[in-house]
Design a protein around this ligand. Structure first.
Ligand SMILES: Cc1cc2nc3c(=O)[nH]c(=O)nc-3n(C[C@H](O)[C@H](O)[C@H](O)COP(=O)(O)O)c2cc1C
Length: 196
């Protein structure tokens, strides 16, 4: 599968069943994903794998006042066979700003989703109540400063391989910064005209 096909056939899969990657396979794929762009090579993240009966403990975790328990967000959906919890573990006060560390974590996660997809596994990144549940940091023994960025639910989609999607129109998302614009910004319109 070429890279473009892999990217445009990946979908966030809401229904996931067995099989899932073993812990060893997850480690292998993560070692690939960990080569994603990461300023300072800090790897400011870690994963907690939750399988089997342990998944129920997440569902039972105390929810924020007024909301339902964590779960999958919809009682009609089965629990995914593997929930990989993404923990952001930033280096406070580091010369690499925190937003860049967060960007590195997101790059790694997308790479992992693509590697899972290339092996025939489905995944979906879920946030929602999981990230706001007041009981989860203690339940997961998160260290001070660590933050749950969600669950990467992993398994196999019963729907099988997806069609290529039409490519979105991104023409309004790109502009070209021209030399004359740079001159105008630096010196005003007169010099910009001279430069032309
Ligand atoms: C940071 C992040 C959080 C997300 N949280 C949820 C979520 O809580 N529930 C959900 O159904 N999908 C969630 N998604 C998946 C998006 O809804 C999904 O990527 C989007 O609908 C596009 O679908 P696609 O991935 O199949 O292209 C999340 C995606 C990202 C990147």
């Amino acid at each position: 599968m070429d890279a473009m096909t892999a990217i445009v056939t990946r979908r966030s899969e809401k229904i996931l069943t067995e099989p899932t990657p073993s812990d060893e396979e997850f480690h292998y794929l993560l070692s690939g994903a960990a080569t994603a762009p990461d300023h300072g090579r800090l790897r400011p993240w870690r994963w907690i794998l939750v399988r089997g009966e342990a998944r129920a403990a997440l569902v039972r975790a105390p929810a924020p006042t007024g909301s339902r328990a964590v779960g999958t967000g919809s009682s009609s959906l089965p629990e995914p066979p593997l929930r990989a919890l993404l923990v952001f573990a930033p280096f406070p006060g580091h010369r690499i700003p925190e937003w860049e560390q967060l960007a590195a974590g997101c790059s790694m996660t997308h790479a992992l989703m693509m590697l899972l997809h290339a092996r025939g596994y489905g995944s979906i990144w879920r946030t929602g109540r999981l990230c706001t549940s007041p009981g989860l940091p203690a339940l997961l023994h998160l260290a001070e400063g660590e933050r749950l960025l969600g669950s990467l639910d992993i398994g196999t989609s019963p729907e099988g391989p997806r069609q290529r999607r039409p490519l979105p129109d991104v023409s309004d998302r790109v502009s070209v910064f021209e030399a004359v614009t740079a001159v105008r910004a630096a010196h005003g319109p007169r010099e910009a005209v001279d430069a032309e």
